[in-house]
Design a protein around this ligand. Structure first.
Ligand SMILES: [Fe+2]
Ligand SMILES: [Fe+2]
Length: 452
């Protein structure tokens, strides 16, 4: 059952090449309208609520468009009138002050360079802004014997969908609640529109914090990819402050758990997406730094938030090369460029970062045995903190991305890393002392499970 109607896209442009190029973005359940007559676009927007409007700025130089005397501002306002939360994506060839003015007033406007626009890029922007159908609830916020006035769901990774786990008015019951927590399904979910109802009746401190962190991270990423601030010196400083605030809040949330194993069971997202991967890698960087006595955990967590940002523009097929199960060597080689793209993007945005953050990004695919990239450094050159960071990245992929018959638990994912580290495909890629220290941490987790 679909809770919200499918989002509506409206593409306003006349560039057939661009339309063709971006068409795969709309290859899902939504209405796609390509309109070249701008007056018609205004009529459509006045008549129907749109969720995403993509405007090709080349129209602003087109005589036919100019003769209709329709302004970009007017188009935006008619979309806004029908839907105050409309996301207005402006594709520009050359950045002008006019677009920047529009951005200054409206946070739901994002400006992207037309030249580098790809379906994967646009899909990512779409995922940043789209309304969440389901919202995350941390299990610990829910009492097993209490009756709630909303339905609860869990995410079924095998079927890639949400399934009902507890109906409103019913209690979870001790057994179902414990099974859910131990099963590795991670969070429970409520429908987006029902979250406020649940919050009105209950205090959910951990879920509140986590939802807030995710929202802030989405804002951070949308700012990172928005070009309206391109070249503005202060923007990099602002981005750094937001990233610092996300990491500070993550650390506070983690510190609310006296036991790191319990925290690992509850806080990371058990679902693969770019947003989840950035946050999970940051969470693992903070928690695993503690158990391996590694310095620079905040620098690593900030690196985690941006480390794969450069892969956004790569074709979707190549992006899959990050997965442990992808066998295509050609795609994996093409994918290596994402490290450079990430550093280039951060430099272009003047993102202020420490040396340790920069190196963590640069070295996140460098391995102890020298088989990594882009430089292929080895041994002592791969310092402890960077080897740990590379491991946090892989751990999330194995936990959430690895195509196994069943969802791996935290301990199974660790066993998988150890197995891969001994026999391949990760043979001796990480520093041995990191593997030993984390193995001790997970051994203590096993003892806790056995004692429970
Ligand atoms: Fe990467
Ligand atoms: Fe990654």
């Amino acid at each position: 059952m679909r809770i919200l109607p499918p989002p509506k896209f409206l593409f306003i442009g006349q560039d057939l090449h661009l339309e063709e190029k971006l068409a795969p973005t709309f290859d899902f359940d939504c209405k796609y309208l390509g309109i070249r007559n701008t007056k018609k676009a205004v009529e459509v927007m006045q008549a129907e609520r749109q969720d995403f409007v993509i405007f090709d700025c080349d129209l602003l130089h087109n005589e036919r468009f100019l003769s209709q005397k329709v302004h970009l501002k007017e188009l935006y306002e008619s979309a806004l009138h029908q839907n105050p939360k409309v996301v207005f994506i402006i594709l520009f060839g050359k950045l002008s002050e006019e677009y920047r003015e529009l951005k200054k007033k409206n946070f739901t406007t994002i400006m992207l360079p037309k030249k580098s626009m790809t379906p994967s890029h646009l899909l990512f922007i779409y995922s940043l802004f789209k309304k969440q159908e389901y919202r995350t609830i941390v299990t610990k916020d829910i009492h097993p014997m209490k009756k709630y006035s909303v339905d609860f769901y869990y995410y079924d990774s095998d079927n890639k969908g949400y399934s009902l786990i507890c109906r409103k008015g019913e209690e979870f019951g001790e057994q179902k609640y414990v099974t859910l927590r131990e099963s590795g399904h991670g969070h429970i979910y409520v429908r987006g529109p029902e979250l406020s109802k649940l919050l009105l009746e209950n205090i959910l401190p951990l879920s509140d914090d986590l939802n807030h962190i995710r929202k802030q991270y989405k804002f951070f990423l949308s700012e990172l990819f928005d070009h309206s601030n391109a070249g503005r010196f202060n923007h990099g400083k602002q981005l750094k402050e937001v990233a610092g605030s996300i990491v500070k809040k993550l650390r506070q949330l983690i510190n609310r758990y006296p036991d790191m194993y319990e925290c690992l069971k509850e806080i990371p997202y058990r679902k693969h997406s770019r947003i989840s991967h950035g946050l999970n890698t940051a969470i693992f960087s903070i928690i695993f730094s503690k158990s391996t006595f590694t310095d620079h955990s905040s620098d690593l967590a900030i690196a985690a938030l941006v480390h794969d940002a450069g892969s956004i523009g790569l074709p979707l097929k190549i992006q899959g090369a990050h997965s442990m199960t992808n066998k295509s060597v050609t795609d994996q080689i093409k994918f290596q460029i994402h490290v450079k793209y990430t550093l280039d993007l951060l430099e272009k945005k003047r993102f202020i970062m420490t040396e340790a953050t920069k190196k963590a990004i640069e070295f996140h695919h460098e391995y102890f045995d020298g088989t990594g990239y882009p430089r292929g450094i080895s041994g002592k050159e791969v310092q402890q903190e960077y080897s740990l960071f590379a491991l946090c990245d892989v751990y999330d992929h194995i936990l959430n991305d690895f195509k196994n018959k069943h969802r791996l638990s935290l301990l199974e994912a660790w066993e998988k890393i150890k197995e891969f580290h001994q026999m391949g495909p990760l043979k001796e890629r990480f520093r041995p002392e990191i593997i030993d220290l984390l193995d001790k941490f997970f051994a203590r987790c096993i003892e806790k499970d056995q004692a429970a």
